[in-house]
Design a protein around this ligand. Structure first.
Ligand SMILES: [Zn+2]
Length: 287
């Protein structure tokens, strides 16, 4: 299989280093109290991610890369036709792709077939940087099809595609991490970037809270759609999906099979109740 230089020589070492740095930061400055053995979860999440990474790197990713090279050579797609200066093309490509992924994430929750697979990611019972790798290989196949469509419509070139992909992966690691950002830094990042506090709310067992904060890199799309929430204190969040909360059922073997089995009523606990929040904190940015 062909080497993709930007990805294999720059992207992968960068992502692996960032993973290690965030692992340290979340251990040193934890955001939410963890309820399950971190070591076991990290191991499980990494094993779950092996086929996903293999599918992505050796089968799925080369397809949008070929498409991107072909689009660029023919100046096809939105960016090809607009003929913007290079800097404007880079900015436009990042914004368009990140916004497209906002819709894609929304679709992953709203379309039952896609949610079967994305559910595997949300069943993690605590959330930390390793959750960023917990994706079912089936979801990787669907999301690569979506990536191809985005490349075709926007006319993204191969270098741009890989740069966005690497930034996307870094942002995913960052906002899944359990690192308690200093509140000053949080306030600054809140103007633009999706933070671990925001994404923690997206992983809540309360469905109304899960249906918010869909962004990956920028939080502007959630501001635009009025789906940005920052008002839930992190200590009050229970991470996971109500119907799948038994640790012994969430082994990597079972997680691989999960999308192909009969699905439970996701948002109800085993006793039939839907988790709801009764008390609503008043302050805008809850710690
Ligand atoms: Zn999600």
């Amino acid at each position: 299989m062909k080497i993709i230089p930007v990805l294999d020589y720059i992207g992968t070492p960068l992502v692996v280093s960032l993973f290690a740095v965030l692992l340290f930061l979340q251990w040193r400055f934890p955001l939410r109290r963890q309820h399950f053995s971190a070591l076991r979860r990290v191991f499980r999440n990494l094993v779950v991610s092996i086929p996903s990474h293999a599918v992505l790197r050796w089968a799925a990713l080369p397809v949008p890369m070929m498409l991107a090279a072909w689009m660029q050579s023919r100046h096809f797609g939105l960016l090809g036709w607009l003929a913007l200066p290079v800097w404007a093309q880079i900015v436009a490509a990042f914004l368009l792709m990140d916004y497209a992924y906002w819709w894609w994430h929304w679709a992953n929750h709203m379309i039952p077939l896609l949610w079967r697979f994305h559910n595997v990611h949300h069943t993690d019972l605590d959330m930390d940087v390793s959750t960023a790798s917990r994706f079912h290989f089936g979801e990787m196949v669907f999301s690569t099809a979506f990536l191809c469509l985005a490349v075709l419509v926007f006319g993204i070139g191969p270098i741009m595609l890989m740069s966005f992909f690497i930034a996307f992966e870094c942002a995913t690691l960052f906002h899944h991490s359990n690192w308690r950002l200093p509140i000053r830094l949080e306030h600054i990042l809140n103007f633009a970037i999706v933070t671990p506090r925001m994404h923690g709310i997206h992983h809540s067992i309360v469905q109304r809270e899960t249906n918010s904060n869909w962004g990956t890199i920028f939080c502007w799309w959630d501001k635009l759609h009025r789906t940005l929430r920052r008002d839930i204190p992190q200590d009050e969040i229970t991470i996971g999906v109500p119907a799948y909360r038994s640790d012994s059922e969430l082994t990597f073997g079972r997680l691989w099979l999960l999308p192909f089995q009969r699905q439970r009523d996701y948002w109800r606990l085993p006793d039939g109740d839907r988790p709801e929040r009764t008390r609503r904190p008043a302050d805008k940015l809850a710690k």
